[in-house]
Design a protein around this ligand. Structure first.
Ligand SMILES: [Zn+2]
Ligand SMILES: [Zn+2]
Length: 438
């Protein structure tokens, strides 16, 4: 699709004495980018750019394991590792100078495998980048605490963090994720094209906005929508800020802009804030067994619907295990002690068809507890013991202790007693209450 849009201006920075990585060159080529190569050296100032520097769209900083960052806490004892090492401060200074002199350019640090053919094999134990573990760096005193390296942009969290702290926008590893770099460049190019189209086609009066967190201006809505996650995923957001598009005061502007504007705002893509939240209803059910005769507690449910387990929905803020005890007292008149968990069930009917849209966000968490009645003499005399409630009320008609044999002959409201009573009687696994942290 040939278009009149201008290509990306990319400044490709690479350590002194290294070549552009062929894969990297290929990616830049595929994006039709106009590329300027600059080498950088440790301890030297940022290379000077031509008069076009104001129009740099992308800084691509190529680096390999020779780039070593200082360890976060302490100095390395012997600092001389490899002669060609692009150490620490100068690399971070480079990134810092890029972001401060070109605040609207996309800055990507791209780690590549070290050149295999050249003779400049650096002192770089294979384990240094990948095996860096902050907790294990102690004791031996010598230079055993490895510094973060650019061994791979995807497997050294300290290297990544140090780069992002200098306001870079992306740290990637060419070998691991060439597609990510390609996609990032495509998105930067798309944003640029939208911005240019809006500037050229002034007659259409496309509203344009300035980014909330950087000086990038002239962005139509969709370009701003794409710009924010690409450029500012790491940016700390102020607590309260007006939306540049609709002026709404937002506590989390990035969330608002992403979900309420652009394709999400128009309903073309799924939006978190336009989808009704999945309301979760928590239920506690109780399988209560009386040890002295092995009978199980069943509640006689309303309207002749049959016998079933005691239990019900937890109230606001009520732990499920407490709801289990409360419901068993209310429905069966029996005070139980919760002994463990038989099963947790999560059910969501979000997949139902549109006709049932009203119910579409219903979800249920049901925990099946195992319990035993509290012996009467453990409690004061007025408290319920294992004698069942018989006064009909809103909660139930009454309750009873039932044997497995009797269970076969009564009407049941649900199949749970048939499943779980024999399971418990035969010594099925009962999980400790701690599996449910409340
Ligand atoms: Zn911005
Ligand atoms: Zn808004």
């Amino acid at each position: 699709m040939a278009s009149s849009r201008s290509s990306l201006h990319v400044v490709h920075l690479l350590p002194h004495g290294t070549q552009p990585h062929p894969t990297l060159a290929g990616i830049l080529d595929s994006q039709n980018a106009s590329v300027v190569q600059k080498h950088f050296e440790p301890g030297k100032a940022l290379p000077k750019f031509s008069e076009k520097s104001a129009q740099v769209d992308v800084f691509l900083v190529q680096c390999d394991r020779s780039v070593t960052l200082p360890p976060p806490a302490k100095e390395l004892a012997g600092s001389s590792s490899g002669g060609a090492s692009v150490t620490s401060a100068s690399f971070l200074q480079l990134l810092h100078s890029l972001s401060s002199s070109h605040p609207t350019a996309f800055i990507c640090v791209c780690t590549v495998d070290p050149p295999s053919a050249t003779g400049s094999e650096l002192s770089r134990p294979e384990s240094v980048g990948a095996a860096f573990a902050p907790s294990s760096a102690a004791a031996s005193g010598a230079a055993t605490a490895p510094a973060p390296t650019a061994g791979s942009g995807t497997d050294d969290p300290l290297f990544r963090w140090a780069c992002f702290a200098q306001s870079v926008h992306m740290v990637t590893a060419l070998i691991a994720a060439p597609r990510d770099l390609t996609e990032a460049l495509r998105q930067v190019a798309a944003i640029k094209a939208q911005r240019e189209a809006a500037a050229v086609d002034k007659a259409q009066h496309v509203p344009v906005y300035t980014c909330c967190w950087c000086p990038q201006d002239g962005l139509p809505e969709d370009a701003l929508h794409a710009h924010l996650p690409l450029f500012h995923a790491h940016t700390v957001q102020p607590h309260a800020q007006p939306c540049p598009i609709c002026s709404k005061q937002c506590t989390r502007l990035g969330v608002h802009l992403f979900n309420d504007h652009g394709p999400q705002g128009r309903g073309e893509l799924a939006s978190e804030t336009r989808t009704r939240p999945n309301v979760l209803y928590p239920y506690a059910l109780v399988v209560a067994r009386r040890p002295r005769d092995g009978r199980f507690l069943v509640v006689q449910e309303f309207a002749s619907s049959g016998y079933w387990l005691p239990g019900g929905r937890a109230e606001n803020g009520e732990p499920l295990s407490e709801a289990a005890v409360r419901e068993t007292i209310e429905e069966a008149g029996v005070r139980v002690k919760i002994k463990g968990v038989l099963r947790m069930e999560y059910h969501s009917n979000a997949a139902r068809d549109d006709a049932l849209r009203e119910n579409a966000s219903y979800a249920r968490l049901r925990v099946l507890f195992y319990a035993e009645p509290v012996e009467g003499d453990e409690e004061d005399e007025d408290s319920p013991s294992d004698a069942c409630k018989t006064l009909p009320n809103y909660e139930s008609v009454g309750a009873a202790w039932i044997s497995l044999e009797e269970l076969k002959h009564v009407r049941l409201r649900g199949s749970e007693p048939q499943k779980w009573f024999p399971y418990v009687a035969e010594g099925g696994t009962i999980f400790p209450l701690q599996v449910l942290k409340e």
